[in-house]
Design a protein around this ligand. Structure first.
Ligand SMILES: Nc1ncnc2c1ncn2[C@@H]1O[C@H](COP(=O)(O)OP(=O)(O)OP(=O)(O)O)[C@@H](O)[C@H]1O
Ligand code: NI
Length: 307
Protein backbone atom coordinates (compact mmCIF):
# COMPACT_ATOMS: atom_id res chain seq x y z
CA UNK A 1 0.00 0.00 0.00
CA UNK A 2 2.78 2.39 1.05
CA UNK A 3 6.23 1.90 -0.40
CA UNK A 4 9.17 4.12 0.51
CA UNK A 5 12.51 3.66 -1.21
CA UNK A 6 15.75 5.51 -0.56
CA UNK A 7 13.93 8.44 0.95
CA UNK A 8 16.08 11.45 1.69
CA UNK A 9 14.94 14.64 3.40
CA UNK A 10 17.14 17.68 3.79
CA UNK A 11 16.57 21.24 4.87
CA UNK A 12 18.08 24.36 3.40
CA UNK A 13 19.42 26.51 6.19
CA UNK A 14 21.15 29.87 6.37
CA UNK A 15 23.87 30.46 8.91
CA UNK A 16 24.89 33.86 10.30
CA UNK A 17 26.91 34.86 7.25
CA UNK A 18 23.83 34.07 5.13
CA UNK A 19 25.69 31.11 3.72
CA UNK A 20 23.30 28.48 2.55
CA UNK A 21 23.80 24.90 3.69
CA UNK A 22 21.98 21.64 3.39
CA UNK A 23 21.13 19.71 6.54
CA UNK A 24 20.35 16.10 5.72
CA UNK A 25 18.02 14.62 8.32
CA UNK A 26 16.80 11.47 6.53
CA UNK A 27 19.07 9.32 4.36
CA UNK A 28 18.31 6.17 2.35
CA UNK A 29 15.20 5.32 4.30
CA UNK A 30 13.23 2.26 3.13
CA UNK A 31 9.87 1.10 4.46
CA UNK A 32 6.76 -0.74 3.28
CA UNK A 33 3.32 -0.85 4.84
CA UNK A 34 0.93 -3.46 3.43
CA UNK A 35 -2.84 -3.48 3.70
CA UNK A 36 -3.88 -5.32 6.85
CA UNK A 37 -0.67 -4.83 8.78
CA UNK A 38 0.53 -2.66 11.64
CA UNK A 39 4.08 -1.45 11.23
CA UNK A 40 5.59 0.14 14.32
CA UNK A 41 8.29 2.75 13.81
CA UNK A 42 10.60 3.07 16.81
CA UNK A 43 13.87 4.87 17.44
CA UNK A 44 15.52 7.60 19.45
CA UNK A 45 14.18 11.13 19.61
CA UNK A 46 15.33 13.02 16.52
CA UNK A 47 15.81 9.89 14.41
CA UNK A 48 13.35 11.13 11.78
CA UNK A 49 10.13 9.33 12.66
CA UNK A 50 7.83 12.36 12.53
CA UNK A 51 9.52 13.70 9.41
CA UNK A 52 8.83 10.40 7.67
CA UNK A 53 5.14 10.77 8.54
CA UNK A 54 5.14 14.37 7.33
CA UNK A 55 6.85 13.36 4.07
CA UNK A 56 4.16 10.74 3.40
CA UNK A 57 1.45 13.30 4.10
CA UNK A 58 3.18 15.99 2.07
CA UNK A 59 3.26 18.42 4.98
CA UNK A 60 7.01 19.05 5.30
CA UNK A 61 7.97 22.71 5.63
CA UNK A 62 8.81 24.68 2.47
CA UNK A 63 12.57 24.57 3.02
CA UNK A 64 12.60 20.75 2.88
CA UNK A 65 13.84 18.81 -0.15
CA UNK A 66 12.72 15.25 -0.68
CA UNK A 67 14.58 12.65 -2.76
CA UNK A 68 13.89 8.98 -3.43
CA UNK A 69 10.53 7.41 -4.04
CA UNK A 70 7.27 7.48 -2.08
CA UNK A 71 4.43 5.42 -3.52
CA UNK A 72 0.86 4.87 -2.34
CA UNK A 73 -1.12 2.06 -4.00
CA UNK A 74 1.51 1.87 -6.73
CA UNK A 75 1.39 5.54 -7.73
CA UNK A 76 3.98 8.18 -6.82
CA UNK A 77 3.01 10.50 -4.00
CA UNK A 78 3.40 13.84 -5.72
CA UNK A 79 2.62 17.01 -3.75
CA UNK A 80 -0.69 17.35 -5.62
CA UNK A 81 -1.66 13.73 -4.91
CA UNK A 82 -0.65 14.09 -1.25
CA UNK A 83 -2.92 17.09 -0.89
CA UNK A 84 -5.76 15.12 -2.45
CA UNK A 85 -5.26 11.99 -0.31
CA UNK A 86 -4.51 13.67 3.00
CA UNK A 87 -7.30 13.29 5.52
CA UNK A 88 -9.21 11.00 3.19
CA UNK A 89 -7.14 8.06 1.97
CA UNK A 90 -4.23 8.79 4.29
CA UNK A 91 -5.05 9.92 7.82
CA UNK A 92 -2.69 11.20 10.47
CA UNK A 93 -3.11 10.90 14.21
CA UNK A 94 -0.64 13.70 15.01
CA UNK A 95 1.88 13.90 17.83
CA UNK A 96 0.60 17.29 18.93
CA UNK A 97 -2.98 18.15 19.83
CA UNK A 98 -2.25 21.58 18.32
CA UNK A 99 -3.41 20.03 15.04
CA UNK A 100 -7.04 20.41 16.09
CA UNK A 101 -8.74 23.46 14.61
CA UNK A 102 -9.01 25.84 17.61
CA UNK A 103 -11.95 27.74 16.10
CA UNK A 104 -14.22 24.80 15.40
CA UNK A 105 -16.24 22.73 17.85
CA UNK A 106 -14.93 19.22 18.28
CA UNK A 107 -18.01 17.36 17.05
CA UNK A 108 -18.38 19.16 13.70
CA UNK A 109 -14.62 18.90 13.23
CA UNK A 110 -14.64 15.14 13.48
CA UNK A 111 -17.87 14.84 11.52
CA UNK A 112 -16.33 16.81 8.65
CA UNK A 113 -13.54 14.23 8.43
CA UNK A 114 -16.07 11.40 8.37
CA UNK A 115 -17.96 13.14 5.55
CA UNK A 116 -14.74 13.72 3.61
CA UNK A 117 -14.26 9.98 3.93
CA UNK A 118 -17.53 9.44 2.06
CA UNK A 119 -20.22 9.16 4.76
CA UNK A 120 -23.50 11.05 4.49
CA UNK A 121 -24.14 13.72 7.13
CA UNK A 122 -26.42 11.41 9.11
CA UNK A 123 -24.04 8.45 8.86
CA UNK A 124 -21.13 10.68 9.85
CA UNK A 125 -23.07 11.91 12.89
CA UNK A 126 -23.78 8.32 13.93
CA UNK A 127 -20.14 7.32 13.42
CA UNK A 128 -18.93 10.27 15.50
CA UNK A 129 -21.36 9.48 18.32
CA UNK A 130 -20.36 5.83 18.36
CA UNK A 131 -16.64 6.59 18.23
CA UNK A 132 -16.81 9.24 20.96
CA UNK A 133 -18.65 6.79 23.15
CA UNK A 134 -16.01 4.18 22.47
CA UNK A 135 -13.27 6.57 23.60
CA UNK A 136 -15.12 7.59 26.72
CA UNK A 137 -15.87 11.06 25.41
CA UNK A 138 -19.22 12.34 26.67
CA UNK A 139 -21.70 13.43 23.98
CA UNK A 140 -21.40 16.99 25.34
CA UNK A 141 -17.74 16.98 24.26
CA UNK A 142 -18.94 17.41 20.70
CA UNK A 143 -20.16 20.90 21.52
CA UNK A 144 -16.87 22.04 22.98
CA UNK A 145 -13.96 23.87 21.42
CA UNK A 146 -10.50 22.25 21.65
CA UNK A 147 -9.41 24.70 24.39
CA UNK A 148 -12.36 23.57 26.54
CA UNK A 149 -11.26 19.95 26.77
CA UNK A 150 -8.31 18.37 28.59
CA UNK A 151 -5.13 17.27 26.82
CA UNK A 152 -6.03 13.62 27.27
CA UNK A 153 -9.49 14.18 25.81
CA UNK A 154 -8.04 16.11 22.88
CA UNK A 155 -5.76 13.18 22.16
CA UNK A 156 -8.71 10.79 22.18
CA UNK A 157 -10.53 13.14 19.82
CA UNK A 158 -7.57 12.90 17.43
CA UNK A 159 -7.71 9.12 17.54
CA UNK A 160 -11.47 9.21 16.99
CA UNK A 161 -10.90 11.47 13.98
CA UNK A 162 -8.70 8.89 12.26
CA UNK A 163 -11.11 6.13 13.21
CA UNK A 164 -14.11 7.79 11.58
CA UNK A 165 -12.20 8.65 8.41
CA UNK A 166 -12.38 5.99 5.75
CA UNK A 167 -8.61 6.20 5.21
CA UNK A 168 -6.83 3.11 3.91
CA UNK A 169 -3.58 4.19 5.50
CA UNK A 170 -3.51 5.49 9.08
CA UNK A 171 -0.33 7.00 10.46
CA UNK A 172 -0.29 7.51 14.22
CA UNK A 173 2.53 9.64 15.64
CA UNK A 174 2.90 8.88 19.36
CA UNK A 175 -0.82 8.20 19.80
CA UNK A 176 -0.71 7.18 23.45
CA UNK A 177 1.28 9.57 25.70
CA UNK A 178 -0.94 11.28 28.24
CA UNK A 179 -3.62 8.64 27.93
CA UNK A 180 -4.56 6.49 30.90
CA UNK A 181 -2.92 3.08 30.50
CA UNK A 182 -6.20 1.30 29.84
CA UNK A 183 -7.22 3.86 27.21
CA UNK A 184 -3.73 3.71 25.68
CA UNK A 185 -4.11 -0.04 25.37
CA UNK A 186 -7.57 0.41 23.91
CA UNK A 187 -6.24 2.96 21.41
CA UNK A 188 -3.60 0.53 20.25
CA UNK A 189 -6.18 -2.24 20.09
CA UNK A 190 -8.32 -0.01 17.94
CA UNK A 191 -5.40 0.61 15.59
CA UNK A 192 -4.97 -3.15 15.37
CA UNK A 193 -8.66 -3.47 14.48
CA UNK A 194 -8.25 -0.88 11.71
CA UNK A 195 -5.51 -3.08 10.23
CA UNK A 196 -7.65 -6.19 10.64
CA UNK A 197 -10.34 -4.40 8.61
CA UNK A 198 -7.79 -4.18 5.79
CA UNK A 199 -6.17 -0.81 6.33
CA UNK A 200 -2.45 -0.22 6.59
CA UNK A 201 -1.36 1.25 9.92
CA UNK A 202 1.94 2.90 10.79
CA UNK A 203 2.43 3.59 14.50
CA UNK A 204 5.28 5.82 15.56
CA UNK A 205 6.09 5.25 19.21
CA UNK A 206 8.67 5.25 21.97
CA UNK A 207 6.83 2.44 23.71
CA UNK A 208 8.29 -0.64 22.04
CA UNK A 209 6.61 -3.09 24.40
CA UNK A 210 3.17 -1.63 23.74
CA UNK A 211 3.85 -1.56 20.00
CA UNK A 212 4.80 -5.22 20.05
CA UNK A 213 1.35 -6.10 21.35
CA UNK A 214 -0.23 -4.93 18.10
CA UNK A 215 2.50 -4.69 15.45
CA UNK A 216 3.25 -7.23 12.75
CA UNK A 217 6.58 -5.64 11.97
CA UNK A 218 8.85 -3.10 13.60
CA UNK A 219 11.02 -0.60 11.73
CA UNK A 220 13.90 0.71 13.82
CA UNK A 221 15.15 4.21 12.96
CA UNK A 222 18.53 5.62 13.83
CA UNK A 223 19.93 9.00 12.77
CA UNK A 224 17.47 9.32 9.89
CA UNK A 225 17.53 5.85 8.40
CA UNK A 226 16.07 2.38 8.88
CA UNK A 227 18.67 0.17 10.56
CA UNK A 228 16.40 -2.85 10.92
CA UNK A 229 12.97 -4.10 9.92
CA UNK A 230 12.03 -7.07 12.06
CA UNK A 231 8.94 -9.13 12.67
CA UNK A 232 7.40 -8.39 16.07
CA UNK A 233 8.08 -12.04 16.90
CA UNK A 234 11.83 -11.40 16.47
CA UNK A 235 11.87 -9.41 19.74
CA UNK A 236 14.07 -9.88 21.63
CA UNK A 237 16.04 -13.03 20.79
CA UNK A 238 16.19 -12.81 17.03
CA UNK A 239 17.10 -9.14 16.57
CA UNK A 240 19.74 -8.44 13.95
CA UNK A 241 21.08 -4.93 14.45
CA UNK A 242 23.28 -4.02 17.45
CA UNK A 243 21.30 -0.77 17.88
CA UNK A 244 17.99 -2.62 18.09
CA UNK A 245 19.50 -4.99 20.63
CA UNK A 246 20.88 -2.08 22.65
CA UNK A 247 17.56 -0.22 22.44
CA UNK A 248 15.76 -3.26 23.78
CA UNK A 249 18.19 -3.67 26.69
CA UNK A 250 17.89 0.03 27.53
CA UNK A 251 14.17 -0.27 28.35
CA UNK A 252 13.40 0.16 32.06
CA UNK A 253 11.49 -3.12 32.11
CA UNK A 254 14.53 -4.94 30.68
CA UNK A 255 18.10 -4.39 31.82
CA UNK A 256 17.83 -0.56 31.77
CA UNK A 257 21.39 -0.36 30.37
CA UNK A 258 21.68 2.91 28.44
CA UNK A 259 23.33 2.81 25.03
CA UNK A 260 26.68 4.57 25.55
CA UNK A 261 27.30 7.71 23.50
CA UNK A 262 24.84 9.80 21.47
CA UNK A 263 23.01 9.57 18.19
CA UNK A 264 25.00 11.72 15.73
CA UNK A 265 23.36 15.04 14.88
CA UNK A 266 22.38 15.66 11.24
CA UNK A 267 25.30 18.04 10.64
CA UNK A 268 27.86 15.53 11.93
CA UNK A 269 26.95 12.21 10.37
CA UNK A 270 29.84 9.75 10.10
CA UNK A 271 30.78 8.60 6.59
CA UNK A 272 30.28 4.88 7.19
CA UNK A 273 27.69 3.12 9.30
CA UNK A 274 25.72 5.73 11.27
CA UNK A 275 25.94 3.60 14.43
CA UNK A 276 29.67 2.88 14.06
CA UNK A 277 30.91 5.14 16.87
CA UNK A 278 28.70 3.39 19.46
CA UNK A 279 28.79 -0.12 18.15
CA UNK A 280 30.23 -3.06 20.11
CA UNK A 281 30.84 -4.87 16.80
CA UNK A 282 32.81 -2.05 15.19
CA UNK A 283 35.59 -2.94 12.74
CA UNK A 284 37.40 -0.53 10.36
CA UNK A 285 35.22 -1.78 7.48
CA UNK A 286 32.19 -0.22 9.23
CA UNK A 287 33.61 3.27 8.73
CA UNK A 288 34.34 2.76 5.04
CA UNK A 289 30.84 3.16 3.61
CA UNK A 290 27.17 3.19 4.53
CA UNK A 291 25.99 -0.40 4.78
CA UNK A 292 23.10 -1.33 2.48
CA UNK A 293 19.84 -2.68 3.87
CA UNK A 294 20.09 -6.44 3.33
CA UNK A 295 18.01 -9.51 3.99
CA UNK A 296 18.98 -11.56 7.02
CA UNK A 297 16.80 -14.33 8.49
CA UNK A 298 13.63 -12.98 6.92
CA UNK A 299 14.17 -9.41 8.07
CA UNK A 300 16.15 -6.43 6.82
CA UNK A 301 19.25 -5.03 8.47
CA UNK A 302 21.76 -2.31 7.72
CA UNK A 303 24.90 -3.82 9.26
CA UNK A 304 27.76 -5.67 7.59
CA UNK A 305 28.27 -7.91 10.62
CA UNK A 306 24.69 -9.00 11.30
CA UNK A 307 23.91 -12.65 10.60
N1 LIG B 1 12.13 22.19 9.88
C1 LIG B 1 13.27 21.61 10.22
N2 LIG B 1 14.46 22.17 9.89
C2 LIG B 1 15.64 21.57 10.22
N3 LIG B 1 15.73 20.40 10.90
C3 LIG B 1 14.58 19.80 11.26
C4 LIG B 1 13.29 20.35 10.95
N4 LIG B 1 12.33 19.52 11.44
C5 LIG B 1 12.99 18.51 12.04
N5 LIG B 1 14.33 18.66 11.94
C6 LIG B 1 15.36 17.74 12.44
O1 LIG B 1 15.15 16.47 11.85
C7 LIG B 1 15.50 15.43 12.76
C8 LIG B 1 14.36 14.43 12.86
O2 LIG B 1 13.25 15.03 13.51
P1 LIG B 1 11.90 14.24 13.83
O3 LIG B 1 10.93 15.20 14.41
O4 LIG B 1 11.47 13.47 12.64
O5 LIG B 1 12.37 13.21 14.95
P2 LIG B 1 11.51 12.09 15.72
O6 LIG B 1 12.18 10.79 15.47
O7 LIG B 1 10.08 12.21 15.35
O8 LIG B 1 11.75 12.51 17.24
P3 LIG B 1 10.74 12.43 18.51
O9 LIG B 1 10.79 11.00 18.96
O10 LIG B 1 11.37 13.34 19.49
O11 LIG B 1 9.40 12.88 18.06
C9 LIG B 1 15.86 16.10 14.07
O12 LIG B 1 17.28 16.19 14.12
C10 LIG B 1 15.26 17.48 13.93
O13 LIG B 1 16.00 18.43 14.67
NI1 NI C 1 8.42 12.74 16.41
Amino acid sequence: MLSIRQLGVSFTQYDQGLNQRQLTVITDLDLEVQAGEVVAVVGASGSGKSLLAHAVLGILPDNAQVTGSLRFKGQPLTPARCAQLRGQDIALIPQSVGYLDPLMKVGPQVRRVAQLGGLSKAAAQTAVGRTFNRYDLLPSTQGRYPFQISGGMARRVLVATAVVSQADLVIADEPTPGLHPEIATETLTHLRELADEGRGVMVITHDIEAALQIADRVAVFYAGTTVEIAAAADFPERLRHPYTQALWRSLPQNDFIPVPGHQPSPDQLPTGCLFSDRCPWFTPDCAAERPALRSVRGGLVRCIHAD
